[in-house]
Design a protein. Structure first.
Lengths: 151, 151
DNA sequence: TATTGTTATACTCTATAACTATA
DNA sequence: TATAGTTATAGAGTATAACAATA
């Protein structure tokens, strides 16, 4: 099944490129990939408790404390008291944080256009569908493994 | 260009899955992703100097020192004197290291088969070709950015 | 003089465990 | 009693800079 390995190689190579692509833009900035991921969640879902962030990013609450500390120091987010639960804190994007996120969204769109610039509409359609199928299958496999590995 | 974003989303999602897929199997082991990546280079290219490893993995020589220290302690690799250059050390896979790599290769093949199990040969072909095109394009974009960003 | 690997130092991400304040 | 966040502690990955041995 040489076919299969060729597909997997393509996926791996692409995954590697994506990773390097996402790490680079922040070089020199105070933004790291983990912190940018947190900003992305805030941008997508709005002000969130640290618990919610921990769940969304699949890390421990302690880890969120550190990330929010960093982002607060750099002025990208602010901590506010939760309106009804005095144990919790609401993390919100500051103006700077919102600006940065808008830039990231724009850059992402630009990147997406660039990426498929040389593909015909039919090719894009086929690729989109194929990627989706592959990701669905992959997700199923990972879920099955988790259920088996650590029940 | 909603098309473009759909393709990029598929790529991102897949990249994320790959990352989680690669991180999980080592949980509980002394093998981490970075160390496994080093083993992979050794398996692919044979005994290497630490300089060569640093270049292959795109990290600093200092970083390699740490990774090799860990892998030496866990018995996966061994340091040997370089036959002609007495400054350098040759890092080689031990028997244990080779065994682990053979398991990883087998597991990877199995995974690849699973991943494309529900695709027709034509779909596989289309997907392989599309992924390759996308990765090539991506690589070109990253190279262009590097040339412009930090000359 | 240039290269190979190491020690020294520092920062980020990550985790577990114990603790405080609130529900 | 359970939950939200923090302090304490620890390990891995990563980087820069200075240094020793060798080329």
């Amino acid at each position: 099944m040489i076919d299969a390995l060729r597909v997997l190689d393509g996926v791996m190579r692409l995954a590697d490129l994506v990773q390097r692509d996402m790490a680079e833009p922040f070089a020199g900035t105070s933004l790291t990939m983990s912190r940018a991921a947190l900003l992305w969640v805030l941008h997508s879902t709005g002000p969130s408790t640290q618990q919610a962030l921990a769940t969304a990013l699949d890390v421990t609450p302690r880890n969120i404390t550190g990330l929010v500390d960093g982002l607060e120091a750099s002025g990208h987010v602010a901590r506010a008291p939760h309106p009804i639960d005095r144990r919790a804190t609401l993390v919100t994007l500051t103006d700077l944080g919102s600006e940065v996120m808008q830039q990231m969204v724009a850059q992402r769109e630009h990147m997406a256009d660039d990426l498929v610039a040389e593909l015909t509409p039919a090719e894009r359609e086929a690729l989109s569908a194929g990627l989706e199928k592959l990701a669905d299958r992959y997700e199923t496999m990972l879920a099955a493994r988790e259920g088996k590995g650590s029940p």
